[in-house]
Design a protein around this ligand. Structure first.
Ligand code: CUA
Length: 157
C-alpha cells in the first residue's frame, strides 16, 4: 500500500507523541510512586463509624504539626459539612464513603478525588486563604446536586 511521505511523517509523529504521553505516566507511576488518590487503604463500608480511623470526622493537628481532615461521604452529605484549615499549610484529606461512589472536589483548587466505598482516599495539598465550595462530582442519586460542603481557609490560624 502506498502511503504519501507527508502522511507517513504525521503518522509517525502522532505515534511518537502517544508513546511520550504514555511514557510520562509510566515514569511517574513506577519511579515517583504517583498514583490516583483513591484506593489507599481498604475499609469495611458498613463499619466506617466504628472504625478508629473515621470515628471522629473533622480537622485534627497531628503531633508533627501537620493538619489532617477526616471526611465521611454519604447520601447526600459530607461530614463534617464545614471544614476550617490554616492557609499555606499542607493539609491531608482522608475520605471514605458509607454507601455509594461519591466525588470530592474543592472547586478552584487541585483538591479532587473519587470516594469509593470500601476504600480510603487520601491526598495532601495546601490552600490560599478564602472560602471554597466542596462538591460531589460523581452522580450518586436524586440528591446529588445538594451534596456540598464548605472549606474555610484561615490566614495565620
Ligand atoms: Cu455524592 Cu454525588
Amino acid at each position: 500500500m502506498h502511503v504519501d511521505l507527508y502522511e507517513r511523517i504525521w503518522m509517525w509523529g502522532a505515534g511518537v507523541i502517544i508513546v511520550v504521553f504514555l511514557g510520562t505516566i509510566a515514569v511517574a507511576t513506577v519511579s515517583q510512586g504517583r498514583l490516583p488518590p483513591s484506593h489507599v487503604e481498604t475499609i469495611e463500608p458498613t463499619q466506617v463509624r466504628s472504625d478508629p480511623r473515621f470515628a471522629e470526622p473533622g480537622v485534627r493537628t497531628t503531633a508533627d504539626g501537620s493538619v489532617e481532615v477526616i471526611v465521611i461521604a454519604m447520601l447526600f452529605a459530607f461530614q463534617p459539612n464545614e471544614i476550617r484549615v490554616p492557609a499555606n499549610t499542607p493539609v491531608t484529606f482522608r475520605l471514605t464513603s458509607t454507601d455509594v461512589v461519591h466525588g470530592f472536589q474543592i472547586v478552584g483548587t487541585n483538591g479532587n478525588t473519587m470516594i469509593v466505598p470500601g476504600y480510603v482516599s487520601q491526598f495532601t495539598t495546601s490552600f490560599e486563604p478564602g472560602e471554597y465550595l466542596i462538591t460531589c462530582n460523581e452522580y450518586c442519586g436524586l440528591g446529588h446536586h445538594t451534596m456540598a460542603a464548605t472549606l474555610i481557609v484561615e490566614e495565620g490560624a
